[in-house]
Design a protein around this ligand. Sequence first.
Ligand code: ADP
Ligand code: MG
Length: 630
Amino acid sequence: MAKIQQLDAHVANLIAAGEVVERPASVVKELMENAIDAGARALTVEIQNGGMSLIRLTDNGSGIPPEQAETAFLRHATSKLRTARDLDAIATLGFRGEALAAIAAVSRIELLTRTADAPLGISLLLEGGALRLREESGCPQGTTLLVRDLFFNTPARLKFMKRDAAEGAAVFSVVQKAALAHPELSIKFLRDGKQELLTPGDGKLSSVLYSVFGRDLAVGFTELQTVGEEVTVEGFVSLPACCRGTRGYQHFILNGRPIRSRLLMAAVEEAYKNQKMVGKFPACVLHLSVRPSTVDVNVHPAKTEVKFVSERKIFDVVYYAVLSALDAEGRHPPLEMKKPKRETAPPPLPNVPSAGGVQSMTTQQLRDGAPALSVRAAPLAIPTVTVQTELSLPKAEPRIAPPIPREEVPTKPPEDRPPRMTEPAPVRAEMPPESELLAEVSEERPWRIVGEVQATYIIVEQGEEIHFIDKHAAHERMHFDRMQKEDYVPMAQSLLEPIIFSLPPEERAVLLQQQPLLEDFGFSIEAFGGDALILRQLPSELLPAQAEEMLSELAEAFSQGARAKMELRERILHSVACKAAIKGGSKSAPEELLLVAEEVMSGAVKYCPHGRPVAVTLSRAQLERRFGRA
Ligand code: ADP
Ligand code: MG
């Protein structure tokens, strides 16, 4: 056996580099963290060729004292940690004292730095970790680090690098995350000489949101703030209609540090349940603050994964914070007047669990025992489809609805609502110049139904705004909310003539298996020999003619794996609500239209159970711009 020997410093650094320095993005992350720890107010990140040939980071932080410049490149050299006890109360971003040594080991580095009290700065040149040059040099206060030719001496690592564009995108994503984490910093990012990001550093998260996401996306966010016992949460979440096609827009910042957390993703996504479209993901920028001792950041070398001591509590605070922010949001999405731009998503985060992963964790582990998701209920008995021969809308005398008196506003009584952890109440987004695009629907503002078009959309005028209500989507939501209420008991109607129908054997078997659950919802089915089933009762929301199709849909859903009771329940609710709602394309009685409009205008109904908006808003300003009047 070979003799046991201590590794020499160079080899040890290369090993450390393998952990800390995976790719240009990880270098940028470490260097930015150092600049932030050094108290910089402004920093510029510049890369060329995806960061492979050059990374330059300039900050106006404290600088490094001349006599310590070399020490900074030694392994486990840090100014941020002295004793083991310090580990429990880490306030700075870096603390392992490994980054500079590791980066230096695999690149050519130039350091230029000066502290406030030193008349001259110092410049160092290192190659593969070895000092090549040291000289005094005049420079502004702060630090510039230039990293050239990353992995020039580790060809094996070099082979793993992706195309420059992909590495550059990963760097950009790191810079964006840092910007979102630090609204107080002005961050500039240049890629191959082109400026791609500049944040003002005015301390406002909303400003960073605009810089990072652009105006079109930023207007689709709503602000929230919750002070809980264990955790404070503040930031922005996307409106359900503004969810994205990827999870790449979910940002979590814990005590100033961007982190990845399945727990937080699950908590946010759970709050959108039944409000967003399938396959869409909420976007968010959430800052969480907890006492450092309630979280272990030391679980992952790159320090992006954290472990909370009390996961359950954190989950609940985030979940309710998001839920109440969405609940408080009264705007309908704007009617797009121009073609929406093609979405260019940032690269997806590595190791992001699949939708299924999060979902199962959510429902099975986390939500168990938690108060059930409560949705605003619409305790209104809406008559089912009535086909009218002639639609008579109030046309001569436009109806101006008086402000709806409070007691008539059909919202749930307070005791039915989920316990609010929000203290104080969520703060509404301040989106200054663009707010004209979005309507604030308020009970105090009078409105009138202008009419119905395409037998589908109710047009409502309210002040400077014109709302288009999708009557089917809104009505579907109303049914869904009513049935979603925990104490809702479906009315079963017995059929004078039971319906006999056949289904493929598996579907038939699945339905029979779920008999008790179906019964809870007003269906009574039994086997009827061969492939056949007999239906004796159905929920009063449904017409007999709709029953067969719906049961077959349910059977399909069940056999596709909807197993958990909650999930089955939801499938049934979705189907019944959809079937029972008035149909787009068929005429409705004016009273029905009025009822639907009232629910939507009161703010009780916002999204259909599949997440489509129930109304969109066209503003007078939009129209005037379109006609060239403004
Ligand atoms: P760590 O950040 O874990 O302490 P690093 O290897 O990243 O370890 O940095 C080593 C030390 O170099 C830091 O503790 C800090 O004192 C100093 N340093 C690094 N970058 C900067 C910077 N941009 N400005 C001032 N000091 C810096
Ligand atoms: Mg560091």
